[in-house]
Design a protein around this ligand. Structure first.
Ligand code: C2O
Ligand code: CU
Length: 776
């Protein structure tokens, strides 16, 4: 009996409380070596009974009984080619078939009861099922479940045929025949954060459910709600689980796939969909014009407008941009300058412009309380009162940020100061100081942007672009080049490095320059995070900036979230002669670090079930009240088994610790956004120096934009000491639908289902509108 390798994204219902499991961090390099070694258990021991090596490290893995001999073996997928092995010995594949489209989700089962597993593909809630192992078209097409369900496969009634079941929350809807229509059984099992597996755990011929929490597995032997019959501990928390009948005894057992060690930092094979030749010159966003008013204010003009882009030759795509078709100009200002932005909304939807990473008064922040109607204008003004940094701007309208950013509304905001002038870093914009806004997109058949995705968290786009250029090349004319990397994607994380694994200097993170350069060969950025790196090239060199496999922690569906992918991003081509670059200062910046002893307030934030401390965002509710002039510690934990990150408006924070340990060098500088691996505690320290308002709050939220829009966001006011907080903000009419149940642990599907889980039900809706309003 086969199970998909990963159980899919966690569902969204209200879970019972769960004791955090502390997982040990692997060595920093481990994530680049996700291996092809498999430890297979035979269900008797806690240790592996067999160890095999198969496929390439970044193949996607499937398990099934491909030749009907009663023993499950491994198959690997590269693009839409599947390499099947019929026996459990490493070695080459016995059969190779092509099936489905590259973006299909693949499922494995014995659909016709002939004892042989074959492939099915899922597109939304449509399943295309094949009965034999050869390329070609599907034998049957069934519709089942909703687009955002997590799919499970098993022989639920022991008739020898696999069918579909779907998970919503921790309710399982099981169908016993291969027909569209309602479920035959509904059971409740496990907790919401569990990863789910199916298998025939006792050899009865009936598949049932197992759930995984860290390296503990709770196995049920029949399809009923209630506690597990058995629990086993197997593997390490970072292993990827696989389930199969490895010895043909009719009983499924656990196997794990583990990163190998000692192989070194080999660049893996590149994920297929890179049809691009990397010959398109990289677009550089222009520096925004500005004028200086009599009172010394530097004034920029920004207009959000509709446009058209040709991302692929011969294809027209409707887009949005600031002062242009797509993305926006780079704004640039110095510490100590007063700036103003004259913003006009010329698109036909209400939007806003938020200055991400900027320390400024809350009414100038451009969040959901500063929305601008179509045709409307807004003129925020503030003093640049923070060190040099790479910041950015993007819309932040209530519930619609994903769509607005995805359609193209984003730009960089670079701050300069005397320290950065003296840093020795390359600083000629567009020449040796290059802005890189990295985004991924999906297109429908008409070439329009689409937000339709099998993942409830949003789109993992097949096309990766930099500054709107697909397959970009940048000519390098100096010995060193400074790359300002911004992850401008809605969901995808990148683990940047070069194809020859050369090291580079990490010189700045979200909030500005590090104290000293940090030499490394990888930098991971989750959505909204920035990094400045300096890389050195020899004359004539031609290198590729890539995203490598990465560590996202113990998440369900690591492959869905791109953990193992390698993708090319940007080619750098050095001229035959390179102009000399200045030396980088040994000390880049010198700022006073915040001290834990000065912190007077500690707040706790748990992200669970796509909620923050149990609640969805409410525009009229104040979640936290901060007193100006205080230093605070915020402790953040992600209790979901999907990725989240955490962004705080107004301040740059420092990371005190992660699970009690000091942060690694790349997280040791000032940050405004941090990735939060499931089940780990991030302690952040920050100081609320100035700017108070009893009327306008700042936001904090997950910057995976579909999560943010769904309501994984809260708001805080900064008040004068002794000021009474208002109980409520004026009701703006914006509310997120919720079941109101909050902690109703066992309500299963509850509110999240009613909200649609922030996901898309229509498998081929095509339209780019899929990211639309989900809160009413
Ligand atoms: Cu980049 Cu609340 O935003
Ligand atoms: Cu999130």
């Amino acid at each position: 009996m086969a199970a998909p390798l990963a159980a899919g994204p966690a569902a969204l219902a209200s879970p019972p409380p769960m004791t955090p499991v502390v997982t040990a961090a692997p060595a920093a390099d481990d994530v680049t070596r996700h291996g092809n070694t498999y430890y297979l258990s035979d269900n008797r021991s806690q240790a592996a009974a067999k160890v095999v090596t198969y496929g390439r490290p970044d193949d996607l893995v499937y398990v099934g009984d491909w030749d009907g001999d009663g023993i499950d073996t491994l198959a690997v997928r590269r693009g839409d080619t599947f390499h099947f092995s019929n026996s459990l010995t490493g070695g080459p594949a016995d059969v190779v078939v092509t099936y489905g489209r590259p973006q299909d989700e693949i499922l494995v089962g014995d659909w016709d009861g002939d004892g042989t597993d074959t492939l099915a593909v899922r597109r939304g809630s449509t399943y295309h099922v094949k009965n034999s192992l050869r390329g070609g078209t599907a034998d049957s097409v069934v519709r089942y479940g909703r687009g955002d369900d997590v799919v499970l496969i098993g022989d639920w009634d022991g008739d020898g045929r696999d069918t579909f079941a779907v998970r919503r929350g921790f309710h399982y809807y099981v169908n016993n025949t291969m027909t569209s229509g309602p479920a035959t059984t509904v059971v409740c099992f496990g907790r919401n954060n569990d990863e789910v597996y199916t298998g025939d755990w006792n050899g009865s011929g009936d598949d049932s459910l197992a759930v995984r929490r860290s390296s503990q597995y709770f196995l049920s032997e029949q399809l009923r709600s209630g506690p597990a019959e058995r629990s086993v501990r197997y593997g390490r928390p970072d292993d990827i689980s696989i389930v199969g009948d490895w010895d043909g005894d009719g009983t499924d057992s656990l196997g794990i796939r583990r990163a190998t060690s000692g192989v070194g930092n080999q660049p893996g094979p590149v994920e297929p969909p890179t049809e691009e030749g990397f010959t398109e010159p990289l677009a550089i966003p222009p520096l925004a014009d500005s004028r200086v008013d009599e009172d010394g204010t530097r004034v920029f003009e920004l207009t959000a407008q509709e446009g058209t882009m040709s991302f692929h030759p011969g294809e027209e795509t409707s887009t949005w941009g600031f002062n242009g078709d797509f993305l926006g100009p780079t704004l640039r200002a110095r510490q100590g300058e007063q700036v103003a932005v004259e913003f006009t909304n010329a698109i036909d939807e209400t939007t806003s412009v938020h200055w991400h990473g900027m320390h400024l008064p809350p009414e100038m922040d451009g969040g959901p309380h500063q929305e601008v109607e179509p045709g409307g204008t807004w003129r925020p003004t503030w003093l640049i009162d923070q060190p040099a940094a790479t910041l950015w701007y993007h819309p932040h309208p209530h519930g619609l940020t994903e769509k607005h950013v995805y359609r193209g509304l984003s730009g960089m905001f670079i701050l300069d100061d005397a320290t950065s002038d003296a840093s020795g870093l390359p600083q000629e914009y567009g020449v040796d100081d290059i802005p890189l806004i990295v985004q991924d997109k999906d297109f429908d058949e008409d070439g329009e942007l689409t937000l339709v995705s099998p993942l409830p968290s949003g789109v993992m786009g097949k096309t990766i672009m930099v500054n709107g250029t697909v397959g970009a090349v940048q000519e390098v004319t100096t010995e060193r080049v400074r790359l300002r990397l911004l992850n401008g994607s809605t969901l995808r994380s990148y683990n940047f490095g070069f194809d020859d694994n050369r090291s580079f200097q990490l010189v700045a993170t979200d909030g500005g320059l590090l104290e000293e350069p940090h030499e490394t060969n990888r930098i991971q950025l989750t959505p909204a995070e920035r990094a400045e790196i300096v890389v050195e090239l020899e004359p004539g060199e031609d290198i590729m900036l890539r995203s490598y496999p990465q560590r996202l922690g113990v998440i369900a569906d690591p492959e869905g979230y791109g953990t193992l992918q390698t993708r090319d991003i940007l080619r750098l081509q050095a001229a035959d002669e390179l102009a000399p670059s200045t030396e980088i200062a040994e000390q880049l910046s010198d700022y006073e670090r915040l001290s834990e002893a000065d912190a007077t307030v500690t707040r706790h934030f748990e992200m669970e079930n796509l909620r923050l401390n149990g609640q969805l965002m409410d525009m009229s509710r104040i979640d936290e009240v901060v007193t100006v002039g205080t230093t605070e510690i915020w402790e953040i934990t992600n209790l979901d088994s999907i990725p989240h990150n955490f962004h705080i408006h107004d301040v740059q924070f420092e990371v005190l610790s992660i699970d009690g340990a000091a942060p690694p060098p790349e997280l040791a500088g000032r940050k405004d956004t941090i990735y939060t691996e499931p089940q780990r505690e991030y302690r952040l320290i920050m100081r609320f120096e100035n700017y108070t308002s009893a009327e306008f709050p700042y936001m904090y939220h997950c910057h995976l934009l579909r999560h943010e829009d769904f309501g994984l966001m809260g708001q805080f006011l900064v008040l004068e000491p002794g000021a009474e907080p208002p109980t409520d903000l004026p009701d703006t009419g914006h509310h997120h639908a919720d079941d109101g149940g909050g902690g109703g642990a066992d309500e299963g599907g509850g509110g999240a289902d009613d909200d649609g889980g922030g996901a898309v039900e229509d498998d081929d809706g095509g339209a780019d509108e899929a990211g639309g309003h989900r809160d009413h």
